[in-house]
Design a protein around this ligand. Structure first.
Ligand SMILES: Cc1cc2nc3c(=O)[nH]c(=O)nc-3n(C[C@H](O)[C@H](O)[C@H](O)COP(=O)(O)OP(=O)(O)OC[C@H]3O[C@@H](n4cnc5c(N)ncnc54)[C@H](O)[C@@H]3O)c2cc1C
Length: 459
C-alpha cells in the first residue's frame, strides 16, 4: 500500500498523512472489541483536503472510513477491510453562530461538549447530549443520530440538523438544507445522511438549530420497591402533561454495582430507581413540575423521593447515574452495552425477559436507560479472554434483540448498526426496506468504497 500513502501525501501534504505502525494501531479500533489495521490515516484540515483524499481513494478503489473520536459502540469506525481512515479531528471550528436565527455552523470534527460550551456563553443551548459528549464529535453524532438523557424533551441529534456539507464517494461536494425553518424542495437529503454511519458520504460541516438555554433546572430521585410501579410511574408523569428533560431508570443490578464501587448509600432492596429532571425558563413552573412528578411517584408506589434543594444536592443525585459505566468496569473485565428500544409500556416485560436470559447463561446483565423514551441499555458483564464466555455473550445479544423485536421495539435507539447488528438487520426491517437501502447505497457509492461492511448486510 505504499502507493496510497505516497498519493495521499502528494494530494494533501505529508504532515496530514500517518502511516507508521504505531499510528495505524491507534486508528484500528473504536469503543468496542474488534480491531482492524488501516493502510493509512489522514487528518484533513479543509473540505478541499477531504475531496482530494476521496478522489485518490476512489481512483485506487481503496476503502475510506470516516472517523470522529471513535467513541462509537457498534464498530462503525473500525477499518474492517483496511484502507484510509479519514479522521475529522482537525476540523473542529465553529464557523458561525447566527444568534438572530439561533443557528450554528460547525465543522464536523468539533467535540460535542465543546460546541455546547461555546453556544452556552451566548445564552444558547444545543440539547443533544450523548453521555459521551466529551469524547464524541458532531460528525459522529450526526452519522449515528446520537441521543442521550435529554432526548425525551428535546429530541435526538437529527432533530437539530438543518443542513449539511457532505463529500460524496466520487469526490463531489453536496450541500443540503439551509437556514430556513421550512424547506420542502426536493427529497430530504439532510435526513438521508443523518444515521448513515459514514456509508454514504463524509460530513464535513453542519448547520445546527439551537434553542434558548433553560434558566432553571430541578432534579428528583425516586426509589421503587417494584419495577412495574416504576414503569407505570413513567407513563403517569407523561400522561399528566409533564415532559421532564430526563427520565432515567436504573435496575437493581445497576444500583448494586454502583453502590459496591462508589458507596453512595444507595438502597439495595429496591427494584428500580428513577431520576427525573425538569427544566425551563420559568422557575416557578419548573419547581411545580418536579413537585408534581414527585407526588406522582409517591402515589404510584415510590418508597422515597428526594428532590435536590440546590446544585450540590443535584450533582449528588446525578452521581449515581453517571457512575454506572465506571462501576461496571470494576465488576468484570469487559462489558457489552446494547441499546434496544421498546414501547414504554413494555419496559418491565423487557427487563424481566432480559433477567431470565441472564440467569439462563449465568452472566450478569445490568439494565439502565432512558425510561421516558423506552431506550434500555442492557450491559452484559464478561471476560473477553474466556472464549466460552464470549460465545455466551453472542447468544445473549441475539436473544436480547429478539426480546426487543417481539415486544414491538427495535435493535438500536442510539448507537447505530455498525458491524455488530448486521446479522439482525433483515429480521428488524424486512426485505423491502433492506432492498431500498441497498439501492440508495449503490446509487451513491457504486464502488462500495465508503465504510464498506457497515449498516447493510451483504453489500
Ligand atoms: C461511555 C460512552 C457513552 C456513550 N453514550 C452515548 C449516549 O448517551 N448516546 C448515544 O447516542 N451514544 C452514546 N455513545 C456512543 C457514541 O459516543 C456515539 O455514537 C457518538 O455519536 C459517536 O461519535 P464519534 O465522533 O466518536 O464517532 P466515531 O465512533 O468515530 O464514528 C461513529 C460512526 O460515525 C461515522 N462518522 C464519524 N464521523 C463522521 C463524519 N464526519 N462523516 C460521516 N461519518 C462519520 C463513522 O464512520 C462511524 O460509522 C457512548 C459511547 C461511550 C463510549
Amino acid at each position: 500500500m505504499t502507493d496510497i500513502v505516497a498519493e495521499l501525501r502528494e494530494a494533501i501534504g505529508a504532515e496530514k498523512v500517518l502511516s507508521s505502525p504505531v499510528d495505524l494501531i491507534a486508528y484500528s479500533f473504536d469503543s468496542t472489541f474488534e480491531q482492524h489495521m488501516p493502510d493509512a490515516v489522514v487528518l484533513p484540515e479543509t473540505n478541499e483536503d477531504v475531496v482530494a483524499v476521496v478522489r485518490v481513494a476512489s481512483r485506487l478503489e481503496v476503502p475510506i472510513v470516516p472517523r470522529g473520536m471513535s467513541s462509537g459502540l457498534a464498530g462503525g469506525a473500525i477499518p474492517l477491510s483496511g484502507g484510509v481512515v479519514v479522521s475529522l479531528a482537525r476540523m473542529k471550528r465553529v464557523l458561525e453562530i447566527d444568534e438572530e436565527n439561533m443557528i450554528v455552523t460547525v465543522q464536523a470534527g468539533m467535540v460535542t461538549a465543546d460546541l455546547q460550551a461555546e453556544v452556552e456563553k451566548l445564552g444558547l443551548f444545543y440539547p443533544p447530549d450523548p453521555s459521551s459528549n466529551r469524547q464524541s464529535t458532531i460528525g459522529g453524532d450526526i452519522a449515528c443520530d446520537a441521543g442521550g438523557p435529554r432526548c425525551l424533551k428535546y429530541g435526538v441529534t437529527g432533530d437539530y440538523v438543518m443542513g449539511l456539507t457532505v463529500v460524496l464517494p466520487d469526490g463531489r461536494v453536496l450541500v443540503t438544507g439551509g437556514k430556513t425553518i421550512k424547506n420542502v424542495v426536493g427529497y430530504d437529503l439532510t435526513s438521508l445522511f443523518v444515521g448513515s454511519e459514514g456509508t454514504l458520504g463524509i460530513i464535513t460541516q453542519a448547520l445546527l438549530r439551537l434553542v434558548a438555554k433553560p434558566q432553571s433546572v430541578r432534579t428528583a430521585l425516586a426509589e421503587f420497591p417494584s419495577l412495574d410501579d416504576a414503569s407505570r410511574t413513567v407513563n403517569a408523569i407523561l400522561s399528566a402533561g409533564i415532559v421532564p428533560a430526563t427520565l432515567e431508570l436504573m435496575d437493581k443490578t445497576a444500583t448494586a454495582c454502583i453502590e459496591q464501587a462508589m458507596h453512595l448509600g444507595l438502597p439495595l432492596d429496591v427494584e428500580a430507581m428513577l431520576i427525573i429532571e425538569t427544566d425551563g425558563s420559568d422557575e416557578e413552573r419548573v419547581v411545580c413540575e418536579i413537585e408534581a412528578a414527585a407526588r406522582i411517584c409517591r402515589e404510584n408506589g415510590a418508597r422515597e423521593v428526594k428532590v435536590a434543594r440546590d446544585e450540590a444536592e443535584r450533582i449528588t443525585l446525578w452521581k449515581a447515574r453517571r457512575s454506572v459505566s465506571p462501576s461496571l468496569a470494576r465488576k468484570a473485565p469487559n462489558k457489552l452495552g446494547e441499546d434496544i428500544t421498546v414501547p414504554r409500556s413494555a419496559i418491565p416485560e423487557a427487563i424481566r425477559r432480559i433477567k431470565a436470559i441472564s440467569a439462563k447463561y449465568g452472566l450478569p446483565i445490568v439494565v439502565f436507560g432512558h425510561a421516558g423514551d423506552g431506550n434500555l441499555h442492557p450491559n452484559i458483564l464478561f471476560d473477553w479472554r474466556d472464549p466460552k464466555q464470549w460465545e455466551k455473550v453472542q447468544q445473549i445479544v441475539s436473544e436480547v434483540f429478539k426480546v426487543a423485536l417481539d415486544l414491538g421495539g427495535t435493535l438500536s435507539g442510539e448507537h447505530g448498526v455498525g458491524t455488530f447488528k448486521l446479522p439482525y438487520m433483515e429480521q428488524a426491517l424486512g426485505p423491502t426496506s433492506i432492498d431500498v437501502q441497498r439501492r440508495i447505497k449503490r446509487a451513491l457509492d457504486p464502488q462500495n468504497i465508503l465504510n464498506p461492511g457497515k449498516v447493510l448486510p451483504d453489500i
